[in-house]
Design a protein around this ligand. Structure first.
Ligand code: GLN
Length: 446
């Protein structure tokens, strides 16, 4: 009830929630009380959370930040939603996001931009900006997000939080509205690594309903937190500290590295030579997959349907023209172009080859070091609308985060101080399935 009151007070300022589910939340809370009274224990039993509005929630609108799904009420729960509910979590609602998770600012939401609680004139980051704003404004202690190219880590960094993108296949994608299926991964966002560890432990695991889910036991993430860092080898890619990085974030990253050295870590310069091609490859692959995934929104099966269609083609055309916003249309066009005959080899295949080279860069780096570390973002949160007419300027902000998705690696962003009052984050990347290591380092540092 306290948090619902807090949401009532703070949400008009931050626009973090698209839907608040007060009644269901109280019902779930009572059910958690009953489970506790019956002797059940568990840190998440009764823990309030929120879900990014692309996780399907039975009986509750799942809009994906789009007019297209403004009227969509999912008939089932996403696996992540189901697992967290089984652990006893109480969902207070669905959080704002860039339309279909396309963006790094939350500005493309049909429901209006979410705002950064640290400075309401600035973006909270995206696409999981509503989850980040909700946590930073203390409306919920933790929330789910999804990360296709940085959408958990970047808003976590810009709002002073900890966010973890798990290894591809660690968390089920079933019931997550698909953006780019080979890159999408759900994960936790919270104030610190401890809370992320709690959430990840409940979210992760094999799911036969997701064909890319990996059948591997889930680690004890809470136990991993307490490992000493002595002997940890950190790699700093020299390409992360070049032109384009805000000097205050560079300094904050170096200061964090120095703290980790005091805790027993050693540092080594490494190289990720194909970083320079990452944005170009990502912004071919992600739109290509999106153009395919979003073809299901045709005005027939899901969501928005235009009035009085003249015929079937008119129904498709106008439903999609009316339902999708500008950024989504741009991606569908870019993706369709890249996949079309004659361009497929030149763009899509090339991008896939670069993707492999990027993965190989990391595999080589992990021969030398345990984790790769650097800034999460090149800049702190920018002013709302600052990049409104320049999509490429916004794409460039993803430079440090998209490689983890292209390679399928786990990545974590943790708070690393401030740049003139705005939070900044540092990112840690580890070999496959070493989420525990990332949480361990963040916990020891924090
Ligand atoms: N900013 C990137 C994009 O727009 C990443 C978004 C995400 O991770 N969902 O595609």
């Amino acid at each position: 009830r306290d948090l619902l009151a807090r949401i009532e007070q703070e949400n008009p300022r931050t626009n973090a929630f698209i839907t608040v589910t007060a009644e269901q939340a109280l019902e779930q809370a009572r059910a958690a009380d009953a489970r506790r009274a019956a002797g059940e224990t568990g840190a998440l039993l009764g823990a309030p959370i929120a879900h990014k509005d692309l996780f399907c929630t039975q009986g509750v609108r799942t809009s994906c930040g789009s007019k297209m799904l403004d009227n969509f009420i999912a008939p089932y729960n996403a696996t992540v939603v189901e697992k967290l509910a089984n652990a006893g979590c109480v969902s207070l609602g669905k959080t704002n996001m860039d339309e279909f998770a396309m963006g790094s600012s939350n500005a493309s939401s049909y429901y209006g931009a979410a705002k950064n609680p640290w400075n309401l004139d600035c973006i909270p980051g995206g696409s999981s900006g509503g989850s980040a704003a909700a946590i930073a404004a203390r409306m919920v202690p933790a929330a789910t997000g999804t990360d296709t190219g940085g959408s958990i880590r970047q808003p976590a960094a810009l709002c002073g939080l900890t966010g973890l993108k798990p290894t591809y296949g660690r968390v089920s994608r079933w019931g997550m509205v698909a953006y780019a299926s080979s890159l999408d991964q759900g994960g936790p966002m919270a104030r610190d690594a401890y809370d992320c560890a709690l959430l990840l432990g409940a979210m992760a695991g094999f799911d036969s309903k997701d064909s890319t889910s990996v059948d591997q036991p889930v680690d004890d993430y809470l136990a991993a937190l307490e490992q000493p860092l002595k002997g940890l080898k950190i790699g700093l890619p020299k390409e992360y500290f070049g032109a384009g990085l805000d000097s205050r974030i560079g300094a904050a990253t170096q200061a964090t590295v120095a703290e980790l050295e005091k805790l027993g870590a050693t540092v080594k310069e490494i190289s990720l030579p194909n970083l320079q091609h990452a944005i170009a490859a990502y912004y071919v692959i992600a739109p290509a997959e999106a153009s395919s995934n979003l073809s299901r929104f045709d005005g027939v099966r899901f969501g928005h349907r235009c009035d009085d269609p003249a015929d079937l083609t008119d129904l498709y055309k106008r439903s999609r023209a009316e339902g999708f916003g500008a950024e989504v249309k741009r991606r569908i066009m870019v993706g369709t172009y890249a996949l079309s005959a004659g361009y497929y080899d030149a763009y899509y295949i090339k991008a896939q080859q670069i993707r492999r080279l990027i993965k190989n860069d990391f595999l080589a780096a992990f021969q030398e070091v345990d984790v790769v570390m650097g800034p999460t973002t090149p800049n702190p949160a920018w002013a709302l609308c600052a990049k409104g007419n320049d999509p490429v300027a916004e794409y460039l902000e993803d430079i440090y985060t998209i490689t983890a998705n292209l390679a399928g690696l786990p990545g974590l962003s943790m708070p690393a101080g401030f740049a003139d009052g705005l939070p900044v984050g540092v990112q840690l990347l580890a070999p496959y399935f070493q989420e525990g290591r990332l949480l361990n380092i963040a916990h020891q540092y924090q």
